[in-house]
Design a binder for this molecule. Structure first.
Ligand code: KG4
Ligand code: ZN
Length: 346
């Protein structure tokens, strides 16, 4: 922190994106690089963990060099190295962790271990200061959660999916409709072409809960496709895509608003890969505006996996001096609660 600012080099390798960024004071992205493996995994219809790890190995060091050059800083200006510790694919996490440890050791700076979903939430700090208490609406490939935060790095789960994550449901529906992996953006594009909607079921569960369930609506899309095929009818795929997208959006937005009001939050933040969906962004923005609730959502590139979000969250760890040691291990099933309590090395 030679010149009064904190620059953190952040590495994200929890799934099929190798990403590195340099973030200043948790809010300004000086440089970022991302190498997506989507093309490699597409032919298998999903991420193949062993292939993902190998791809991370082949590009992580080059990306580190590139961001340092792009940021126009010398290595001496890096104050800490942050890395996603979990949740994620263990082999993929290991590659990022070993790279981060080596770099922190070589530069003689602290190491910081970040929770991937906390990273998604803190992507919003790159857009506007976080105002607590806040409600984070997490919609990603592996998670669908309503998280209450009454301060930095304090996470209380208000509700979560009981079966499929919303992104997982998007991906499975995409596969049913014959669309490529990852399916979310393709389902969204198809829905935009619809001239009618096939209304799909909403799983509200019981009145009291902020939990979600998306397996029913996913199965309803599959059943509609199968029934149409058995009857020899042409499947109206755009109408199904629109029906699915509206059903999941309706449930997520309605429950999020109910939780925000019940817990009297000062801000609602949306995050995770599915936050790239225009239907969901706009629906939640509109409902928050009607209640004069400040709403933040990252630009599309910071909704899906990236390293800038890891750098933003790592800054909160830096402020609390929550350094990791070189014993830091990957935590494929790391929970937000564990991370919030500061269980980094165990
Ligand atoms: O957060 P993310 O990049 O990775 C995880 O941490 O899971 O989220 C990936 C998920 C995938 O399921 C992908 O299909 C979905 O986000 N996704 C979308 C859109 N863009 C990405 N889903 C719906 N609409 C989109 N535009
Ligand atoms: Zn993610």
């Amino acid at each position: 922190m030679r010149d009064g600012v904190v620059r953190i080099l952040a590495i994200e390798t929890s799934c099929d994106e190798t990403a590195v960024a340099i973030v200043e004071d948790g809010k300004t992205v000086l440089a970022q690089e991302i190498s997506s493996q989507t093309d490699v995994h597409r032919r298998y219809g999903g991420v193949v963990p062993e292939i993902a790890s190998r791809e991370h190995v082949s590009c992580v060091t080059t990306l580190v060099e590139q961001v340092i050059q792009q940021a126009h800083i010398s290595r001496a200006h890096i104050d800490a190295v942050a890395v996603t510790q979990g949740p994620g694919l263990v082999g993929s996490l290991i590659v990022g962790i070993v790279a981060a440890k080596s770099l922190a050791y070589a530069l003689d700076v602290p190491l910081l271990g970040v929770h991937h979903i906390a990273g998604h939430i803190y992507a919003n700090a790159l857009v506007a200061p976080l105002q607590f208490p806040l409600l984070a609406v997490v919609v990603s490939g592996g998670h669908t959660e309503l998280v209450y935060m009454d301060g930095a790095l304090s996470f209380r789960m208000l509700g979560a999916t009981r079966d499929d994550a919303i992104g997982e449901a998007f991906d499975k529906v995409a596969r049913t409709l014959g669309l490529p992996y990852p399916g979310g953006p393709h389902v969204e594009q198809l829905a935009q072409q619809a001239d009618e909607e096939i209304v799909m079921p909403r799983a509200w569960l019981d009145d009291e809960t902020f939990d979600f369930s998306f397996s029913g609506v996913k199965s309803a899309v599959m059943a509609a496709v199968n029934q149409a095929r058995m009857r020899g009818d042409v499947v109206n795929k755009p109408a199904l895509a629109l029906g699915f997208q509206r059903a999941v959006t309706d449930v997520v937005v309605t429950k999020a608003i109910k939780a925000a009001v019940a817990h009297e939050v000062r801000q609602v933040v949306l995050c995770g890969g599915v936050a790239a969906n225009r239907g969901i962004r706009e629906a939640l923005a509109t409902r928050c505006a009607a209640l004069s609730l400040p709403f933040v959502v990252p630009p599309l590139a910071w909704c899906t996996d990236n390293a800038a979000m890891v750098g933003a969250c790592a800054h909160a760890l830096w402020r609390e001096k929550r350094w990791a040691t070189f014993r830091l291990k990957p935590k494929p099933l790391f929970s937000l609660a564990q991370f919030g309590k500061g269980v980094a090395d165990a």
